[in-house]
Design a binder for this molecule. Structure first.
Ligand SMILES: [Zn+2]
Length: 245
């Protein structure tokens, strides 16, 4: 995910301005998940710090005709309460994740490409699941993020980007693909979920679509969260919709 709507430009500028703290976070993840000899294969892992540090619960208005409604990213129109977070998919294997181009008839992942009309590009389906669980591990509700288009968003432990984008998808070894919480679908719709303590879990490469070799690093990340009483007010986010087109 890299190409953004014009609406995101001020945030991009902000990210550039705050490079030192961002770099320190990336240094910490590069220490935690250094690139290792994985036989030339990728090893995908979610940045656990970014996942927890950006997590929040907000109310947001969803109107008919938006991508969120067309993609079923929430249970219906009107105000919905969403639990949202960043997902940064990092590649800590010594080989690139190469997903490639849907127009290539020999693409080995052709069956996993799915055209996203609202985005104007292909996503890889069934790559991840976002789940809210009870403390004993029973599923309460799952998110509906449709898919990912793999790109190099930032470097944390690598060399030069090999230039993957939504057209020719992939993640260079030592690079990360960043889906920030404001993106449509980067959430779990928790409207009406009773107050209590829950587990939030993100799992990637869910059905083993991509060969991760030794797969030294975990494919899921989780944290706990307290969901407030549904009648209690939370921050309202009425900012325009952002999709990764
Ligand atoms: Zn997209």
């Amino acid at each position: 995910m890299r190409k953004l709507t014009i609406l995101f430009v001020p945030l991009v500028a902000l990210v550039v301005l705050v490079t030192p703290p961002a770099l320190s976070q990336r240094t910490s993840v590069s220490r935690q998940f250094p690139v290792y000899n994985n036989g030339g294969k990728p090893d995908l892992v979610v940045d656990p710090q970014r996942f927890t540090s950006q997590m929040e619960i907000v109310d947001r208005l969803f109107e008919a005709g938006t991508c969120a409604i067309e993609e079923g990213a929430v249970g219906g129109t009107g105000y919905r309460r969403i639990l949202r977070f960043d997902t940064v998919v990092m590649n800590s294997g010594d080989g690139d994740l190469v997903v490639g181009d849907r127009s290539d008839p020999n693409n080995p992942y052709a069956a996993f490409f799915e055209f996203a009309p609202c985005h104007g590009h292909f996503h890889i389906r069934d790559f991840s699941v976002y789940e809210l669980l009870t403390p004993d591990g029973s599923l309460v509700v799952a998110g509906h993020k449709q898919g990912f288009c793999f790109e190099d968003s930032f470097k944390y432990d690598g060399g030069k980007s090999n230039g993957y984008n939504c057209g020719f998808q992939g993640i260079t070894s030592g690079w990360g693909d960043w889906y920030f919480k404001q993106l449509t679908g980067q959430w779990i719709d928790i409207t009406g979920i009773p107050e209590g303590d829950y587990i939030v879990r993100v799992t990637i490469n869910l059905i083993g679509t991509f060969d991760e070799g030794e797969n030294r690093y975990p494919n899921s990340v989780e944290t706990t969260i307290h969901v407030p009483d549904p009648r209690k007010k939370v921050t309202i986010d009425n900012s325009p919709e952002i999709i990764d087109k």
